[in-house]
Design a binder for this molecule. Structure first.
Ligand code: KIV
Length: 274
């Protein structure tokens, strides 16, 4: 079932997302920004790899996602696609590449599909991006929505804050989710949403919800891989560290430095005699 006749892992496609929701099978998504990491996360069985515009914060040392360009996304996405066999690769449309309308969104998404060969794109927002979602879907491009805390609007939202608190805010979130579903999205990321609100959206909307800081009742979960792997000193409260890879990397680097300085690396086994 999970392998093709040729013994390769069976590719995750958009209909598998709908199937997972119907079956009650939890979906897994992690961010990835390069081929080497994508290969590891893909081989671990992650269903979807998200080339997030969080590449700006995590890999490029920026403090927000806002300066990330489409060119930067294409480079990262191309590498992730090359490192991936099984997972569905989704890439973010970065800030400023889709808000102007369907024509701009289509041009940006086509670049990611053609130049990086991703399999879906993600954009932030609810009812306001419905024309863009329809245009992309009509062009055959699967779209993932993103509601709740949307980092590209961080200045308007007053920073990373839980969204959907209170009856009217929760109702707005539900209306947005329904609008995205009606427009044809294949999944919706819910970020920093109270768990009961995320559960209600998940129950009411017929496309899979992928939560990040949105409680356990979403159809799937997504984490930024550096948070998940414990690469940084600080991670958001909702992001559990499933490993201490940063520490392991530091130890490896310290051992390398010590051996080079001590003259024990390279030894004969790692040198060419002639
Ligand atoms: O860019 C990103 O990493 C994201 C996730 C937080 C969902 O959008």
């Amino acid at each position: 079932m999970d392998q093709t006749a040729a013994g390769r892992p069976r590719k995750v496609r958009v209909h598998h997302l709908a199937q997972a929701k119907a079956d009650g099978t939890k979906l897994t998504m992690l961010t990835a920004y390069d081929a080497v990491t994508a290969r590891i996360l893909d081989a671990a069985g992650t269903d979807m790899l998200l080339v997030g515009d969080s590449v700006g914060n995590t890999m490029h040392g920026r403090t927000t996602t806002l300066p990330v360009t489409l060119d930067e996304m294409v480079v990262a996405a191309r590498a992730v696609v090359r490192g991936t066999q099984r997972a569905l690769v989704v890439a973010d449309l970065p800030f400023g590449t889709y808000e102007a309308g369907p024509t701009q969104a289509l041009a940006s998404a086509v670049r990611l599909m053609k130049e990086a060969q991703v399999e879906a794109v993600k954009l932030e927002g609810g009812q306001r991006v419905v024309p863009q979602v329809r245009a992309l879907t009509d062009a055959g491009i699967p779209v993932v929505g993103h509601l709740g805390y949307t980092p590209q609007s961080e200045h308007l939202l007053g920073g990373p804050r839980v969204q959907g608190r209170g009856e009217s805010s929760a109702e707005r979130l539900l209306v947005d989710a329904q609008a995205l579903a009606d427009a044809g999205v294949v999944a919706i990321v819910l970020e920093m949403v109270p768990a009961p609100v995320a559960a209600m959206v998940t129950w009411r909307v017929n496309v899979p919800t992928i939560g990040i800081g949105a409680g356990p009742d979403c159809d799937g979960q997504v984490l930024v891989w550096v948070d998940m792997a414990g690469m940084t000193d600080w991670s958001p409260r909702f992001a559990r560290r499933f490993g201490e890879v940063g520490q392991a990397l530091g130890e490896a680097a310290r051992a390398y430095v010590a051996e080079v300085r001590g003259g024990t690396f390279p030894d004969d086994a790692h040198s060419f005699a002639q």
